[in-house]
Design a protein around this ligand. Structure first.
Ligand SMILES: [Zn+2]
Length: 324
């Protein structure tokens, strides 16, 4: 039995109805109301109330409704959502669901909506005091989690992957995946796609209404290029961070993959798209990649290596495969 069927048969959720291909809405059972502010993703079982902020997974909901005996019959994630995928692990799903119970306040405070945080399954791991970002492959399978420390003033990398000892499977090779590609793919619309560096930038642009994916680093890998080429798209725009790493990475990316229609330059004093408002971001005019390189490009060891040897595409592909 599917989640919607169980909820419908129970008759306990007021104004329950399907909303789009994977969602249902109802009046929230966790606060007193008459408007349907309670949204459930029927594929993942994750739910959220836009009015009172309650959120959780299908097991919690069924238990709270006195239908806990059904919970065991549902897999945490519907099989059609995981699709045919061999590098996912149910342990990971449990971990995400556990962290998802807590919405990270700090992201709401800087302007992220509850809706986008729920959609991206962003949670809060209170034991390790980290905001959790689940990473799914382009087929929607959950392949890893990365965590961001709550404070920015700690030394070292801002994002720390959850390792095998924490979630049961090794952390994926980020260069093999393009963050958020599965949502763009599922949408199926031919849209302009913005390719950014970070998780937050990607989420922010999606919230502002843009189709966006994240390289999870400052340059596009060959795998990511292949995924990008298979997404339905119109124009492709690269959105590097406004720092040396961003400009170096973009120089390499544009040289290796002449697929971008433009580069969007984040102006001072901002660093990444999530620093900017919708109005500010809309003002930006994409720059022709050749003009961008003249004006902003930075040669790094990688670009020089590329130019010295490995001229042919085959050679470059071979090198890239070895590198990863
Ligand atoms: Zn509520």
């Amino acid at each position: 039995m599917d989640l919607y069927g169980i909820l419908e048969d129970s008759g306990q959720l007021d104004k329950l109805r399907r909303s789009g291909p994977v969602n249902a809405v109802a009046v929230c059972p966790y606060h007193s109301d008459s408007a349907p502010s309670f949204a459930i993703n029927l594929n993942t079982g994750l739910w959220l109330c836009y009015a009172c902020g309650a959120r959780g997974n299908s097991t919690m909901l069924l238990r709270d409704m006195g239908l806990g005996h059904y919970a065991g019959r549902l897999s945490p994630i519907a099989p059609e959502f995981l699709r045919d995928d061999d590098d996912t692990d149910p342990l990971l799903e449990d971990y995400v669901l556990e962290a998802f119970r807590m919405c990270p306040r700090s992201l709401l405070d800087v302007g992220f909506s509850m809706e986008v945080l729920a959609d991206f399954e962003i949670g809060y791991d209170r034991h390790r005091r980290k905001i959790t970002y689940p990473i799914r492959n382009n087929r929607g399978g959950l392949i890893g989690i990365t965590g961001r420390a709550m404070t920015d003033n700690t030394r070292g990398p801002k994002y720390l992957p959850y390792g095998e000892d924490e979630v049961g499977i090794p952390y994926p090779k980020k260069s093999h995946h393009l963050y958020n590609a599965h949502r763009v793919l599922d949408r199926g619309d031919k849209d302009d796609i913005l390719v950014v560096e970070g998780f937050k930038g990607c989420m922010w642009l999606e919230m502002l209404g843009y189709s966006s994916t994240s390289m999870m680093t400052n340059r596009l890998s060959l795998h990511q290029h292949d995924i990008l080429m298979n997404l339905p798209h119109n124009d492709l725009y690269l959105v590097p961070d406004n720092d040396t790493g961003g400009r170096e990475g973009a120089t390499v990316t544009l040289q290796r993959y002449p697929i971008f229609d433009g580069v969007i330059v984040i102006p001072d004093p901002y660093n990444s798209p999530d620093d900017m408002s919708l109005a500010e971001f809309r003002e930006l005019q994409p720059l022709n990649p050749i003009l961008w390189r003249d004006q902003y490009g930075i040669e790094s060891k990688h670009t020089r290596d590329d130019e010295q040897g490995a001229r042919s595409l085959e050679e470059r592909i071979r090198q890239e495969k070895e590198r990863w």
